[in-house]
Design a protein around this ligand. Structure first.
Ligand code: THU
Length: 133
């Protein structure tokens, strides 16, 4: 299986674990780290709605918690190939070294795929520099 196929399969599997009783909108994400490992996440909602965490951030935080700080490629799986929200784009930006080279693929239920460079998804990203402790 190629990288992209494996990422899509992982994002779709993660989507099945989404906890979304309030919105009913399930999201799965798969992030390929610079370490070659695929990290996955799903959205996790809460009765206090604002505490909900998106699938993309769940996956990125799993990557960082495992010791990897660089994103190579991302897949987001939804019913309608929805693109990542603004908050998740900002969090991705923190861990993307070369925005032109990182692709974000948004896939739907029926095989549709929308692929964007991260630089298209979040132009003029807010950055404080590379010294990230
Ligand atoms: N959601 C994500 O998981 N990722 C996004 O980029 C957009 C929104 C989730 C949050 C919430 O659980 C549901 O989708 C509806 O907004």
């Amino acid at each position: 299986m190629g990288n992209l196929d494996a990422l899509v399969a992982t994002a779709r599997e993660a989507r099945e674990r989404a906890y979304c009783p309030y919105s009913g909108y399930a999201v799965g994400a798969a992030v390929l780290g610079a370490d070659g490992v695929i990290y996955s996440g799903c959205n996790v909602e809460n009765a206090s709605y604002g505490l909900t965490v998106c699938a993309e951030r769940t996956a990125i935080f799993a990557m960082v918690a495992a010791g990897c700080r660089s994103i190579r490629e991302v897949v987001v799986a939804t019913q309608d190939s929805g693109t990542p929200c603004g908050a998740c784009r900002q969090v991705m930006s923190e861990f993307i070294e070369s925005p032109e080279d990182v692709l974000v693929h948004c896939v739907d239920d029926s095989g549709g795929i929308r692929s964007l460079r991260f630089s298209e998804l979040l132009p003029h990203a807010f950055r404080l520099g590379r010294d990230r402790g």
